[in-house]
Every structure is written in structure tokens, then in C-alpha cells.
Design a protein around this ligand. Structure first.
Ligand code: TXA
Ligand code: MG
Length: 321
């Protein structure tokens, strides 16, 4: 494809024009930005895979504006989904799909991941469209997800016609994925809605985030969300001096490392704030002339679990085998 100019703005009508022409538009959600296409049109959806360089076996999430819309695309909506959707938006529900959802969206699976994003601009867009939007995170496959329009522009600029700018994402990590294919609902990806809050609403859930048991879901692969600069968890590699290192810390700076190479995600110890700042910190450090990134382990509770999951998948031990 010829390099094209990527426009950035808040113009929903323009976004609609592109989407109706089967073009891609990056859209804001409260979790991360998505790279959207008409989910019902395989010719539009194939462009997502091309632009992201995403393998076809990795299924996409379908975005709709209401629970009634979910009913149009899945054969069965459990009560638990109604309950959860009343309270939270950062959840993707894996449910049995209807025929109308093309195989390219679900990578041939008979289930579809579907969510109602919690972002006013994108909800307005979805309400004005007469089709749902298939949208993975708007980053090249395997890289850190974007949480601002600028992040999208940095990696997909020139490859898509329009980025709908909805400001910085308020949650900052991807949605929690929960499957209702099993007797007890199973969390397949830790994300923006915590296990604790989900269990408060629907009772005990199982957690199965091991890629081995989900070989077809690369969002769950060991190596994912990775910056180009090697990332280490907790330990300073001895071959680098402190000047060559970047830090991702929870509450406090690290002694000896230049301050501008450090991101303290939440000085007050708020895990939601830390999640919101995580991907910006990773991207910023990745653009600095440093040799390594050291990340702390976060408290293993609430959004700390999703943060730790992303950091482990981004880390060097797993990323570079
Ligand atoms: O917050 C989010 O979920 C963002 C925003 C844009 O909605 N989207 C996102 O999409 O993170 P993506 O493509 O980067 O991750 C989607 C992951 C896939 O990699 C796969 O693991 C899982 O969702 N998935 C999608 N459909 C599935 C299905 N039918 N069964 C199991 N897993 C599925
Ligand atoms: Mg992704």
C-alpha cells in the first residue's frame, strides 16, 4: 500500500466515512486504542491483519454499544454477562458466535470475543454505525499497546487513514477476557476489570492464562507486549551501568539511575493509576538510548496482577528465547 497521510481528530462523521469504505480507523476505548474495521466485512477485516502484521490464527475482539447488540451476534448471553455489563466495561466476553460473524474475525473458532467499550466517543460512533467493529489493540503485533492517539500515530502513522482521538485511556491495560464456554466462567486474560471485582458480582471464576492451554490466543503468548529494549524483572543486569538503564517503579525512584530514565507509576501506591501509566512508560523508555529496562514486581492483587502479567510477557527471559 502507498504511504498515506494519517489524519488525527475527533470527527466521528469522518470516521464513519472511512469505516463505511472498508478502511481502518483507530478508536479510543477506556482500556487501550483499537484498530477498527467493519466486523461483518472480511475485506475490511483482512486489512487489520495486514497493517498489524498479525497472524490469522489470532482472533479479534468485536465491539458493540449495548447488550442488545451483543445478542445480535452471539447465540446465547448468560445472566452473568448481563450482571457484569451493568457494572463494568473493561471486559471481553467469549461467547458462541452467530453465523453473521465472519470466520476471519474469530480465526475459525465458533466463539467470538465481544465487548462494550466504556468510551463516550467510541460508543457514539458505534451507535451511528449499522455494523459492529472488529478491533485488536492498535499496535504492531507483539508490541506494547497504545494508550494515546500519539502512540498509534508513532507506530501506524502512514498505514491507516484516520485516528479518532479520545485522549489518554483511563484504564490503560487491555480488557479482562472471560470465557463462558466452561461450566465455571474462565478468565483467559487478566485485564482492566479485576478478578476480585468480577467475583463479587458473579461468584467464583477459574483463571486459565497459560498459553499452552490456549494455543490459539496469542494475546496470551509468553512473549507479547514487548518493547525493543530488553526488559528485566527486578534484577539489574551486571553488564550495564546505571546510566544505561531505565526503570519502571511502583512508588519510589531507584538510587543511582538518572531520574529522566525512571517512571514511577504511582507515588501514592494506587494500582489503577499505575496501570494507566504502564504502557506510556514502556513506550517512552523504549525510545530512549538505554540498554535495558528494569521493572519492579507489583503487588499481586487487583490491577497489580494485570500489570505483572504484562511485565512478565514483555520481559527478556520469555521474550528472547
Ligand atoms: O482492551 C482490549 O481488549 C483491546 C481494545 C481495543 O478492545 N483489544 C485487545 O485486542 O486487546 P487484542 O487483539 O490485542 O487481544 C485480543 C485477544 C486475542 O489475542 C485473543 O487472545 C483473545 O483476545 N480472543 C479474541 N477472541 C477470542 C476467542 N473467541 N476465544 C479466545 N480468546 C479470544
Ligand atoms: Mg493486542
Amino acid at each position: 500500500m502507498d504511504k498515506q497521510k494519517t489524519l488525527v481528530g475527533k470527527d466521528i462523521e469522518l470516521a464513519i466515512q472511512f469505516l463505511k469504505r472498508n478502511e481502518l480507523v483507530a478508536i479510543p476505548t477506556e482500556t487501550v486504542y483499537g484498530l477498527a474495521a467493519n466486523a461483518l466485512n472480511p475485506e475490511a477485516v483482512v486489512k487489520i491483519f495486514e497493517v498489524k502484521q498479525r497472524p490469522f490464527f489470532d482472533p479479534l475482539i468485536v465491539h458493540v454499544h449495548s447488550i442488545d447488540e451483543i445478542q445480535k451476534y452471539v447465540t446465547y448471553v448468560p445472566m452473568a454477562v448481563y450482571e457484569l455489563a451493568k457494572h463494568f466495561s473493561a471486559i471481553t466476553y467469549v461467547l458462541p458466535k452467530k453465523e453473521i460473524i465472519p470466520d476471519i474475525v474469530t480465526s475459525g473458532h465458533n466463539t467470538v470475543g465481544i465487548r462494550i467499550p466504556g468510551h463516550a466517543l467510541t460508543l457514539e460512533l458505534l451507535k451511528k454505525l449499522d455494523f459492529p467493529l472488529a478491533a485488536p489493540s492498535a499496535n504492531p503485533f507483539g508490541y506494547v499497546s497504545p494508550t494515546t492517539a500519539q502512540h498509534v500515530l508513532d507506530s501506524l502513522g502512514g498505514k491507516i487513514p484516520y485516528i479518532l482521538d479520545g485522549g489518554a485511556c483511563s484504564v490503560g491495560v487491555e480488557s479482562t477476557i472471560i470465557s463462558f464456554e466452561t461450566e465455571i466462567p474462565t478468565i483467559l486474560r487478566l485485564g482492566g476489570t479485576t478478578v476480585e471485582t468480577i467475583e463479587e458480582i458473579i461468584g467464583k471464576v477459574d483463571i486459565d492464562i497459560q498459553s499452552k492451554s490456549n494455543p490459539n490466543a496469542p494475546g496470551l503468548l509468553d512473549s507479547h507486549y514487548a518493547p525493543n529494549v530488553p526488559l528485566y524483572i527486578e534484577k539489574y543486569p551486571p553488564e550495564y551501568s546505571h546510566d544505561e538503564i531505565g526503570v519502571i517503579a511502583f512508588q519510589h525512584h531507584h538510587e543511582g539511575v538518572p531520574l529522566h530514565q525512571q517512571f514511577v507509576l504511582s507515588p501514592t501506591g494506587d494500582l489503577s493509576e499505575a496501570a494507566k501509566n504502564l504502557f506510556h512508560a514502556l513506550r517512552s523508555l523504549d525510545n530512549m538510548p538505554i540498554k535495558a529496562i528494569i521493572a519492579e514486581i507489583f503487588p499481586d492483587e487487583s490491577l497489580g496482577r494485570a500489570i505483572n502479567d504484562r511485565l512478565h510477557r514483555a520481559s527478556v527471559k520469555r521474550a528472547r528465547k
